[in-house]
Design a protein around this ligand. Structure first.
Ligand SMILES: *[C@@H]1O[C@H](CO)[C@@H](O)[C@H](O)[C@H]1NC(C)=O
Ligand SMILES: *[C@@H]1O[C@H](CO)[C@@H](O)[C@H](O)[C@H]1NC(C)=O
Length: 303
């Protein structure tokens, strides 16, 4: 009698455990396949940002701070600590830790993939700047040299992630996916806003030793991204012709936005063209020597 009630309890307990596990699996993996592909794609950028911010601020990355999240992907090439003031170092440290949370949450929601090979060398950024200026800068641009160079290099990244989240959102079918993307978008656009504000304060300063101002650097980078993305105007520097300012009334442009001041959206193809630096989603390069990971990026690589 006693033993049969114990075994009945055990059966019920096992059943409850089974039900618990199966609902957990359902909420984690039962998303539509198209949602899963769209949710894993941004991991490519989140890995980039995590490593760039963590190394830039602290001189160490995921392999030291959260090794499980790298899932044995190769370490980034050429990432290093930047020469930053206390304020900028403090802010970038916060961004780096935020990216760890983003990667963890994406990989909790979908399976994800290991960290792709990232080329975060000074040369890699110098190449982007040379492309933006359509002439080699002399000396080559060093993103790690000081606050202003590092912030300019940061201008290159979260904004691309932001446009990707804006572009992905209407394609998502599950509320779970949309909640995640809204949460990621909120913080990515916050990071972009902080970077742009810090640069905006110094918009008219020259970026030593060049004869070019901070505002001009941002314009060149934005023009390059639009050219590589090849889908019209989706990018704006810190100063714009008045027709592009908010309500066509301002030349200052601390945040980028369309004619209704809504954020621009980009497709995964456009994003790959930009972060590969090749203008071609089939031709990896730039920050991703072997290309991106995940179903969407691989689809273009294999063609
Ligand atoms: C990293 O990028 C720089 C600049 O494009 C390039 O010279 C270097 O070969 C790249 N490293 C790898 C391993 O792809
Ligand atoms: C670090 O940055 C400071 C302030 O921008 C600058 O004066 C100094 O020369 C930089 N140090 C190196 C090693 O580049």
């Amino acid at each position: 009698m006693l033993s049969s009630s114990i075994s009945a309890t055990m059966i019920v307990t096992r059943l409850l455990i089974f039900l618990f596990i199966s609902t957990a699996v359902n909420s984690t993996f039962n998303l539509p396949k198209s949602d899963m592909n769209l949710l894993e794609f941004p991991l490519n950028l989140e890995y980039f940002e995590a490593e760039y911010f963590l190394f830039g601020s602290m001189g160490k990355g995921l392999d030291t701070i959260e090794p499980d999240l790298a899932t044995a992907g190769p370490p980034p090439i050429g990432a290093q600590q930047a020469n930053l003031s206390l304020l900028v170092r403090d802010i970038i440290t916060q961004f780096g830790h935020q990216e760890i949370g983003h990667i963890r949450m994406i990989k909790k929601t979908i399976q994800g993939f290991p960290r792709p090979l990232l080329n975060l060398s000074a040369d890699s950024f110098a190449t982007v700047m040379n492309a933006a200026f359509e002439i080699p800068l002399s000396p080559p641009f060093d993103p790690y040299a000081n606050d202003i160079n590092y912030l300019i290099s940061c201008y290159v990244i979260p904004y691309v992630g932001l446009t990707g989240y804006v572009g992905a959102n209407p394609k998502l079918r599950s509320p779970i996916s949309r909640k995640l993307v809204a949460g990621l978008l909120g913080v990515e656009s916050g990071q972009d806003a902080v970077i742009r504000s810090l640069l905006y304060e110094r918009a008219n300063e020259k970026v030593v030793p060049y004869e070019t101002t901070v505002a001009e650097f941002t314009q060149k980078i934005s023009q390059l991204r639009d050219k590589l993305g090849n889908s019209g105007l989706k990018d704006e520097g810190l100063k714009v012709p008045i027709e592009l300012g908010a309500e066509k009334k301002t030349q200052g442009n601390v945040l980028a936005g369309d004619e209704d001041s809504l954020a621009y959206g980009r497709t995964p193809q456009e994003i790959l063209r930009i972060v590969y630096g090749t203008g071609d989603e089939h031709a990896p390069g730039g920050f991703y020597p072997n290309g991106g990971h995940g179903v969407i990026a691989k689809r273009y690589l294999n063609r």
